[in-house]
Ligand binder design. Sequence first.
Ligand code: BGC
Length: 755
Amino acid sequence: MNIDKLIEQMTLEEKAGLCSGLDFWHTKPVERLNISSVMVSDGPHGLRKQDDSSDHIGVNDSIKAVCFPAGCAAAASFDRNLMARLGSALALECQAEGVGVILGPAMNIKRSPLCGRNFEYLSEDPYLAGELAAAYTNAVQEKNIGVSLKHFAANNQEHRRMSSSSDVDERTLREIYLTPFEIAVKKAKPWTVMCSYNRINGVFSSENKWLLTDVLRDEWGFNGYVMTDWGAIVDRVKGLEAGLELEMPASGGIHDQEIVEAVRKGVLDEKILNRACRRLLEINSRYVENAQPETIWDKDTDNQLSAQLAEECIVLLKNDDNVLPLKKGEKVAFIGEFAENPRFQGGGSSHINCTEIVSALKASGEYADIQYAKGFSIEKEEMNFDLMHEAVETARTTQAAVIFAGLPDLYESEGYDRKHMSLPEGQDRLIEAVAAVNPNTIVVLHNGSPVCMPWIQSVKGVVEAYLGGQAVGKAVVRILFGEANPCGRLAESFPFKVEDNPSYLFFGGNKERTEYREGIFVGYRYYDKKKMDVLFPFGYGLSYTTFEYENLVVDKDRMDDTECVTVKVDVRNTGRMTGKDVVQLYVRDIESTEIRPIRELKGFEKIELKPGEKTTVTFVLDKRSFAYFEMKINNWYVESGDFLIQIGRSSRDILLETKIWVNSTDSLPVHYDMNSIFIDIMSSERGCKLVEEYMKLLFFDEQNSESAEQAITAEMAEAMMHYTPLRALFSFSDGDKITKEKLNRLIDDLNKDER
Ligand code: BGC
């Protein structure tokens, strides 16, 4: 199809119409020109295709589909391959159901455990979120179905989500909030990106040219189309100019008409409209020309896949005295309504109308003599004494007690944020009561975001099952009884309490804005810098086997920032069970003039090893692994110096490290004037030489009398000299030896050097 020819044949009205939805889920067709309508549907962890009544908040039913592990769980796999398996399955479902674009992955950074939509999002770490989203995107698009990376950008709370401004400085935006999108755009070329509802530093994302064009297209090379989040449009014409192609859903023709009028009045250049149509038609034709409506998707196959994926997302958080795995055939208490009715997905636009649900109770039959006690009602906050009594009496007689606890639907959902980080009080009390009578108490958690665990010292085991999809019950039981070896790792830190979270003071913001005052110190970047204890750190997770790490080698110990370094490390399974481990690579800038986190994740690989088996894991690091975003050059910059390459099993468990010198091939612009201070001037060899004679003029050097030496230590004198500006030479030195002309000549000389 020659798209430019097609656009030439379209009327102004048809072109404007193409830029908004036909209805909730379709783009507009232009029948006389054979332009087809394309269907889009939510995502991200299952297909929410609505055939009849439509809505974007999950009120009306969608077709029956398989609910896979939600983002919170999928990310805990730390596994690109798992994301790809998920993406492939969903793409096949889309092909079979005639859906051209699946809305997701949802990849906003988890700034606070309170964000109501954390369950859909991936991580607090931008590298992890970006890598996982890229793997998912590549797999979906390989099958000629598009994705829509969402929600672009800085949409990290639900409170006032359609109006609030996320006020974030640019370095923080670049290093934390934009990086996941950047990685996915560069590595996977998404067909579409969905702009967020919120404003960023006062400008709505839907009309933010800097975001949608300068950064997304011009810097990152995005070549798909941008759609709005549902109803995120503000000024339609401004949006088009900023680089927003598709308004979703429809606006009853109102905004289309605004576009037409703007072109007629000469306010909007028609070329901009043509550009938007071209982008839309290019992407839509990719689907239309490769649609495979004859595809059949098998619900049982996908249900089984859902169980397998869930298994690999579960994180074993505590396993004292190897209380897990449970012995088969034993008498075990299953307590808590979630054992019967697991919570496996969150509320809102990602809500899947499941084909079937497997509870742990249902899945456990063949493994053990299970004694079930309801313990609590999911929707009840307070304790029910009768249910608790029954649960305690049941737990008293069994070898182990597994409590299925978690957050009720009401506690976390799209549309609003959580109020606190606690489980319902009744559940916390039940756990304490059961643990008091049964020494082998294990808690299984169903939640989309961290919870407080006031009972952590009283129980022997904790299994974080997250919102693991419709087959989570089967996965949990297989983990509990050792049929599967836990291999999930936390993609987010679990603080002890919400007040520990770096965004706590500002999260939610006021009526207009939310200030991201913690800056780049999000998640472990903050806890590590503050040396603050956390309940469970980023990257953490246990296994039923053990691994040993050795032979960390790099192929060079000095490099320019234009080069790459290859890092290798050997990992051996030293236990008795086949298992998977996540090898994590962090980079630490040992000494930096910029304020930087202690360490940042720059590589991860999930590997599977049989008992005794060893493998070598390889990472390649480039400039970006060592860089920070330097505002002076509006670009990524490596400050020359030593860096540590650290290999660990969590951000708090570094096992091996090695040093590398990275040399910057960029230089920062420097300009000297009367206010320049000595220490900055002396950072270059030439600067040192040029100011040598002036330093001598400073009286801080002269310490002859004993009392002067007591008053001014050598350290103090040095510091005073370092922080003295050139202009102070007039005040602090022998006036005869220094003139304004002389200093101006010095400044000219210094500036010559740096140009
Ligand atoms: C959500 C999006 C979703 C869209 C369509 C919006 O409310 O924020 O994530 O894709 O609705 O359902």
